[in-house]
Design a protein around this ligand. Structure first.
Ligand code: ZN
Length: 236
């Protein structure tokens, strides 16, 4: 049996809709820890209450981290989307990050884990400098490496459950996810999976997510697979 260390991050959390509840319940019923990346400028009161209660009840099963500010695309060249990047000055980026951080602290208090997930996985050197200044500890983007040094702990999510082919979103099968995961596990000490609960709309896609989570649950129960939160890695 191969040994593995991995984390599951779920992005674009802001409202308690059916898709979110489906995803959340599926993970918590199987005792799978998930890092929830919350959009501070959009999050609703019901969602805040729900996550606070969940964190109090089962602190080892979720982390609450910051996902940008409003999740707005500011890219001007039309190719690579980003909320933080080239077209945005240091000042503008800092305003948004600080506003988001303030909202996250107000809403979640000690339940907030100082980790940052940049929307669309876009960022530049300025973004990282601001996050350092604001005392973020963990930075989680995608697999692309822009080679910017920082003192943040970088924990990228290289494996995405959603596939983006020419603006169309589709969902990998559980089998495809396992294949990608096993390949990644062989390559590095920690593998990151990113999910978007809003993409699991059809019965077929939900079946794949259910199957994938059930396999991971079984592997977790063998104790050879460890599913980690950022707070486990950070020791918070
Ligand atoms: Zn996002």
């Amino acid at each position: 049996m191969i040994r593995a260390r991995l984390f599951i991050r779920n992005d674009d959390v802001w409202t308690l809709d059916k898709n979110f509840r489906f995803f959340f319940d599926l993970a918590i019923d199987r005792k799978l820890p998930v890092i929830y990346a919350v959009i501070p400028g959009k999050m609703e009161q019901g969602l805040i209450r729900f996550l606070c209660r969940a964190k109090e009840k089962t602190p080892g099963l979720l982390d609450i981290v910051q996902h940008g500010w409003l999740h707005v695309n500011h890219s001007t060249n039309g190719s690579q989307k980003y909320e933080f990047g080239e077209s945005r000055s240091f000042q503008r980026q800092r305003e948004d990050i600080q506003r988001g951080l303030k909202q996250m602290r107000l809403a979640f208090e000690d339940h907030f884990m100082p980790a940052f997930v940049p929307p669309f996985h876009g960022y530049d050197e300025r973004t990282l400098r601001i996050l350092e200044q604001e005392n973020f500890q963990i930075f989680s983007a995608g697999g692309r490496k822009p080679q910017i040094k920082s003192r943040l702990v970088e924990l990228p999510s290289r494996i995405s459950f959603s596939r983006y082919d020419s603006q169309k979103v589709s969902i990998n099968t559980a089998g495809e996810m396992m294949a990608m995961l096993v390949r990644d596990i062989g390559r590095r000490p920690l593998s990151g999976i990113v999910t978007h609960h809003a993409d699991f709309v059809t019965a077929a896609s939900r079946k794949e997510l259910t199957q994938f989570f059930s396999i991971v649950e079984a592997l977790k129960n063998t104790k050879e697979w460890r599913i980690l939160l950022f707070s486990d890695l950070w020791g918070k």
